[in-house]
Every structure is written in structure tokens, then in C-alpha cells.
Design a protein around this ligand. Structure first.
Ligand code: G6P
Length: 607
């Protein structure tokens, strides 16, 4: 969703801000803008649409002189994606320019109050109240104005602020929306996401809720919500710049699909020690496991589907009932949780608003909380009692791939680790560990053994709808496979539990209707085969995904995708890969903007 960058230093700010905004494009946005300060003059440039338009408007930044500035990509919430509603917003006296991520919940009341006092609004945004409050509270001291303004705001905000009375300074304020300071040599930065910083510096400081910072060319000062100066530790970002670049691939999504063997290896390998799964992060939780009566997994989007896939391994190996709940539902469901509940929260970004809220709700009701997160230092990671990082590296394509498979891999590992501590693992422990360790190789094979996918995409890309069917673990994979297809190719795709077809959906099956049938779980394969025959006899065209040695499927499938043989309990991490590739190539055939699908955002920081 929205992205923020800020720069102060010796070089021209505009090209650096534009470059930073390009790094944030992946988050999803529909307008963009920059404000640059030259001595005491602030100039603002804003556009609808892509950063490329902003580059054109400012001649790649060269028409906007000045060494201090802020920039923003906006994903519209309050007000259409117009130039007026794009950030930065200016105060009526022209002294302040601000950019904002998040939502100000009490903006209507503040807006009325400010209008009564004579302030004029140029936009429909919730953000604009902030800049007028700054003007109202400014009495020659920006920090004081920031504190007073922050005290009036309810909701979430990461703010970037410049003031013409203080050339060379940029201010950053954080409340429930990420903001990271980048420490340069003769320059300093802030951004809502480290990807916008790594080209300039690896040394960063994560702001916490209620903190704000004053940055100038050579100094960074940080203050708490009372205005007292505080000192914070510097963190070194370990991944390199190439990790956030395409590296020769036409799209980030394809690169990230191909990176899955390595990402899953990085997630699993360091945690298999002494013939078992060891999570150093979970030291204090493991002795409490015998008291856990129920596990709830909560998340949004693909992370929720990762939970659906992991449920089977957790339940079957640990013998603890597992519920999987959408975070947007769970947060308002008065969840029945207590100290005997373990809440597992899954989030690639760690910043999804509903996921954070569900975590806080269950935690306040006594649940023990464990987060599976990719982004280090994110809000979910900070709020949970225990955090397991997925180590997938930066994921740039909006549609998650390696984020998802590494989440699933962590759930498999948790299942084995918990079962081991509960003495539930039998003689097959070694076999389970071998399967875990083999996953990177099996994922690579799933990529290699399906060279026909680009051709199949040519056959299926014009379909009006695609149905994905499967049972048990295959159903979990079908859910994510259909979501991938919808997200990036804009085809209508639905996943159905194969046994449910005859309760309604089969009415939609007609001549040449494509059905993607997942048959990677031998325990229920015969049942799915019957469902395939049912749709075939109503004219469906069946593309079956199955394991290599499955002869039974040959007579009923029109087309085939394969995965190597793998224990069904752990198969989703492998069987999702051909489905990701199918979605990718169908989207390519349809000429879609694969890495930045329309209307979607990488990290959904609003409700
Ligand atoms: C957005 C993304 C999805 C993602 C979901 C949850 O909708 O487009 O790919 O699965 O958010 O995100 P999270 O960062 O919490 O995993």
C-alpha cells in the first residue's frame, strides 16, 4: 500500500526520492508525489498513476532543485486517486509539507474543527487534517508542533514532514505504521520499507510506535511521545541490493518462484539439528505445550491459505485441534481463547492491519501467541510472544510465492517440533525429517518437470472461469492456486472441495469448462478421481496435477502437471509450484501487469 521516503544530504533530493519511490512501487499505489525544499522554498509535484509520470513531470527530478525532501506513493482509501488527493499535502501558509501512511480515524471531527477555524482543504483525504494541525500548533518549534498534533490524532500513521523554517531537516513520526531511518555518511534517509533504503545504506534504525525523529545531513535525533530524547540501536540489513532486483528475469514473480528451493532451504536447514527440529526462538513455549488444548491459526490472503495447508500436519502429528480463521473475521468474533490456546499468526509483511488486530484481540484474551513472519522487526513480529522468521528474503511481486511456501514450511516444522515435544512422533520421525530436508530439492523438481506450462497457458488463458478442485491437503493447495490465478491473470478462478461439487457447483460445469483437479494425496485419490469423472461426463476439460507415478489419472485427464512423489502431509509446499507457474504464464498470455496487479497491494495496512 502507500509508501514513504525522505532524504536530507548534500546531493539533489528529487532523483533520490524518485528512485526510492520506484523501489516501493511493488507495494501497490495509484498516485505519487514529492516535495523538495530549496533553502526556504518548498515545491510539490504530484501525478496520478505511475512514478514514470512523476519522472516525466520533473524531468527525472532535475527540474526540482534542493537537497531535502519527502516522497509518497498513495493507494487511495479516502478520496479517489486524483492529483489533489495525492501526497504531499501543504499547509495553507505553505510552511509545512507532509506525507502519510495509515488512516486517521477521527479526521472528520478534526476537519470540521479546522474548517470552523478558517483552514481551507484542497483534498478529500484524511491526511490533510494533519498538515493544518501542524500549522495551527506551530509557534517556532517543529518538534513541539509535531507532539501537539500527534496528541490529537487517532488511528495509524507514519508521517514524513518538512518545514520551510528548518531547511535541511526532515521529520519522521510513527504510530502503528512502519517507518525506518537510514543512516548514511553525509546524508540521512527514512522510508516505510527497507527496500527503498538498501541502495544507499545498510545501517538502519526501526522507529517504534509513539516515537519521532529529526534528521539533518549529519545527525539523527529520536524522541519518545513525551518529547524526551532517546537513543536506539542501529540494525544492519543483511540482504544485498540484488535480492530486491529482477536479476535477469522478466518479472519479480518469476524470479521469486524460481527462488523457492533456496528460500525453503534457508528456512528449514538451520533449524534441523541433532536429528530433530530445533527452534531456538521457542525456548519458553515448548514446556507449555502439554497445556495447550487448541491451536488457532489466523492470517489474511495467501498467509491464511498457508494456515489451511499447515493445519493437517499440525493436527495429525500433534493431536491438538486446529482452527484456521480469517483475521478480518476473528478480530470481531469474540474469540474463545485463554491460556490453553496457542494462536499462530502468519504474515509475510508483518504489517497487515487485520492480522495485527486479531493477534492483539486474542492476546488480550489470554492466548499464547506465535508469529510466522518474513519481515524482520515488523509490527506482528514485535507484538507476538514468540516469532519465527521465514527467511524468504525480500518479496517484491504483489502475489506472494516464496513467502507462502516458506510459511507452509515453517508450519510443517512446527508440527514436527511440537509433536516431538509432546512425545507424539513415532518411528517415522526420521522419515518426516528426511521429507522436510528434501523439500527444496522436490520444489526444484516440480519446477523442472513441467516444461509444458507455457503451452498449457495458451490453451487456458481465454477461459471465462477456472475451477480448482481437491480434497484434504489438495483442497488447501487448490485454494492458493485459485487465488494466484485470480490475483494476477484476472480470470475468475474458484477452489472447491471436490466432494462439495455435487452440492451446487456442478451446475456450472458445461462443455469445455476447465477444471484443474489436484490429486497429490493418495489417501483420498480414488474419491477425487470419481469427482473428475463426474465433471468429465458433463463436458469439462480436466487439467490434473498429480505425482509422477500416478497411472490411474491418465484415462481421465486431458492435460497433466506433475510433482515428484512426496508425503501428502507435506505436499502443498511442492504442489503449489506448478500452479504458481500456470497462473504466471496465463497472466503473461493475457498481457497483465504481473508484479503489480490492478487494485491489489502487497501489504494491506488498512482494515
Ligand atoms: C495482500 C497480498 C497477499 C497477502 C496478503 C496477506 O493481500 O497481496 O499476497 O497474502 O496481503 O499479507 P501478509 O503480509 O500478512 O502475509
Amino acid at each position: 500500500m502507500c509508501g514513504i521516503v525522505g532524504f536530507t544530504g548534500t546531493q539533489d533530493a528529487a532523483p533520490i526520492l524518485l528512485d526510492g519511490l520506484k523501489k516501493l512501487e511493488y507495494r501497490g499505489y495509484d498516485s505519487a508525489g514529492i516535495a523538495v525544499m530549496d533553502q526556504k522554498t518548498i515545491s510539490v509535484n504530484k501525478v496520478r498513476g505511475r512514478i514514470a509520470n512523476l519522472c516525466e513531470k520533473t524531468d527525472n527530478g532535475s527540474s526540482v532543485p534542493g537537497t531535502t525532501g519527502i516522497g509518497h506513493t498513495r493507494w487511495a482509501t479516502h478520496g479517489a486517486p486524483t492529483e489533489e488527493n495525492a501526497h504531499p499535502h501543504l499547509s495553507n501558509d505553505g510552511r509545512f509539507a507532509i506525507v502519510h501512511n495509515g488512516i486517521i480515524e477521527n479526521y472528520l471531527a478534526l476537519r470540521d474543527e479546522l474548517i470552523r477555524e478558517g483552514y481551507q482543504f484542497q483534498s478529500e483525504t484524511d491526511t490533510e487534517v494533519i498538515v493544518h494541525l501542524l500549522e495551527r500548533y506551530y509557534r517556532g518549534n517543529v518538534r513541539e508542533a509535531l507532539l501537539k498534533t500527534a496528541n490529537r490524532l487517532r488511528g495509524s500513521y507514519a508521517l514524513g514532514v518538512i518545514c520551510s523554517e528548518e531547511p535541511g531537516k526532515i521529520y519522521a513520526v510513527r504510530e502503528a505504521s512502519p517507518l525506518i531511518l537510514g543512516i548514511g555518511i553525509d546524508d540521512n534517509y527514512f522510508a516505510s520499507d527497507v527496500t527503498a533504503l538498501v541502495a544507499h545504506t545498510r545501517n538502519v534504525i526501526y522507529l517504534e510506535d509513539g516515537e519521532f525523529a529529526e534528521l539533518s545531513q549529519r545527525s539523527i535525533r529520536i524522541f519518545d511521545c513525551t518529547g524526551a530524547e532517546i537513543h536506539k540501536k542501529t540494525t544492519r540489513i543483511l540482504w544485498d541490493v540484488q535480492a530486491a532486483e529482477k536479476g535477469g528475469y522478466p518479472h519479480f514473480m518469476l524470479k521469486e518462484i524460481m527462488e523457492q528451493p533456496g528460500a525453503v532451504r534457508a528456512t528449514i536447514a538451520p533449524r534441523i539439528k541433532n536429528g530433530t527440529v530445533e527452534f531456538e526462538e521457542l525456548g519458553a513455549l515448548l514446556p507449555e505445550l502439554p497445556g495447550i488444548r487448541k491451536i488457532i491459526i489466523t492470517a489474511c490472503g495467501s498467509a491464511y491459505y498457508a494456515g489451511c495447508a499447515g493445519k493437517y500436519a499440525l493436527e495429525q502429528l500433534c493431536h491438538i485441534p486446529v482452527e484456521v480463521a480469517l483475521a478480518s473475521e476473528l478480530r470481531y468474533a469474540n474469540p474463545l481463547t485463554d491460556e490453553h490456546t496457542l494462536l499462530i499468526v502468519i504474515s509475510q509483511s508483518g504489517e497487515t492491519a487485520d492480522t495485527i488486530a486479531a493477534l492483539k484481540e486474542c492476546k488480550s484474551r489470554g492466548a499464547k501467541t506465535l508469529a510466522i513472519v518474513n519481515v524482520v522487526g515488523s509490527s506482528v513480529a514485535k507484538s507476538a510472544d514468540y516469532t519465527v522468521y521465514t527467511w524468504a528474503g525480500p518479496e517484491i511481486a504483489v502475489a506472494t510465492t516464496k513467502g507462502y511456501t516458506t510459511q507452509v514450511a515453517v508450519l510443517y516444522m512446527l508440527a514436527i517440533c511440537f509433536a516431538d515435544h509432546l512425545c507424539q512422533l513415532g518411528n517415522d520421525k526420521e522419515e518426516r525429517l528426511d521429507t522436510l530436508l528434501a523439500l527444496p530439492r522436490l520444489i526444484q523438481q516440480a519446477i523442472d518437470m513441467n516444461p509444458s506450462i507455457p503451452e498449457l497457458a495458451k490453451k487456458y488463458h481465454k477461459s471465462k472461469a477456472l475451477f480448482f478442485i481437491g480434497r484434504n491437503t489438495d483442497y488447501a493447495s487448490a485454494l492458493e492456486g485459485a487465488l494466484k490465478m485470480k490475483e494476477i491473470s484476472y480470470l475468475h478462478a474458484e477452489a472447491y472441495a471436490a466432494g462439495e461439487l455435487k452440492h451446487g457447483t456442478i451446475a456450472l460445469i458445461d462443455d469445455h469448462q476447465p477444471v484443474i483437479a489436484l490429486c497429490c494425496n493418495p489417501s483420498i485419490m480414488e474419491k477425487t478421481l470419481s469427482n473428475i469423472v463426474e465433471v468429465k461426463s458433463r463436458g469439462a476439460e480436466v487439467l490434473a496435477l498429480t505425482f509422477r507415478d500416478n497411472q490411474k489419472i491418465l484415462p481421465v485427464a486431458d492435460d497433466l502437471l506433475f510433482i515428484p512423489n512426496v508425503d501428502a502431509l507435506f505436499s502443498t509446499a511442492v504442489e503449489i509450484v506448478p500452479l504458481q507457474l500456470l497462473a504466471y504464464y496465463v497472466a503473461k498470455e493475457n498481457g497483465c501487469d504481473i508484479d503489480k496487479p490492478k487494485n491489489l497491494a502487497k501489504s494491506v495496512t488498512v482494515e
